[in-house]
Design a protein around this ligand. Structure first.
Ligand code: 5GP
Length: 190
């Protein structure tokens, strides 16, 4: 997606060889006009697939996922991250290793909002090693719903996230693919 690519090149910061910072328009300050264009692109890509609901993980996926839900005329469900290991009867829960691999968290979703009649699109900001996306797929499937695909704004292709999602039999669509981060330079895959 050209617009997002241009924005990453203009304002993104390669913090090191692993992490891209996009605080100026996505992760801290959010550009609503860019989010609207991102939403239109997702809606176009995933149209005619019978998608009934969008799911995202708090918090950075919420802005693009909400606008995509509006564009597609369907509800958005926000999965929550919780540190506790307490079991709740009214929640689906799964443990997810975080991007840094140094910690893990409990991803939860109420049992109220998805049924086996739902066909779900998962949207998240970044795809790195795919642990978050795989966790979201597990939670959706616990409800009996099916997963149509994973929509990602920024995929870092040098980390193995796409393979992890594909192992789960789910297609990935990413709007921008980052080939490499090195010496403060951001290389985009065409
Ligand atoms: P994964 O589970 O695919 O390893 O990591 C995905 C999650 O980690 C994303 O939801 C995002 O919050 C965070 N993340 C991964 N890589 C980056 C990155 O380069 N920059 C930022 N800002 N967040 C990232």
């Amino acid at each position: 997606m050209k617009l997002l690519e241009e924005r990453i090149l203009a304002e993104g910061m390669a913090e090191n060889e692993d992490v891209l910072k996009v605080d100026g328009f996505l992760n801290h300050q959010v550009d609503p006009v860019l989010m609207e264009e991102i939403a239109k692109d997702f809606a176009l890509h995933f149209k005619s697939q019978g998608i009934t609901k969008i799911v995202t993980i708090e918090s950075s996926g919420i802005a693009p996922a909400l606008l995509t839900a509006k564009e597609m005329g369907i509800p958005l469900i926000i999965m929550k991250k919780q540190p506790s290991r307490v079991l709740y009867n009214d929640l689906f829960q799964t443990v997810v290793a975080s991007f840094t691999k140094e910690t893990s968290y409990e991803l939860t979703m109420s049992k109220k909002f998805l049924t086996d009649e739902d066909h779900v699109l998962i949207i998240d900001d970044f795809l790195a090693y795919g642990e978050s996306a795989a966790g979201a797929i597990r939670l959706v499937r616990m409800s009996g719903a099916t997963v149509a695909g994973v929509g990602i704004l920024i995929e870092k292709v040098f980390q193995a996230g796409r393979d992890k999602v594909k192992e789960n039999g789910v297609p990935v669509y990413s709007q921008v693919k980052i080939k490499k981060l090195s010496g403060g330079k951001i290389e985009i895959e065409e």
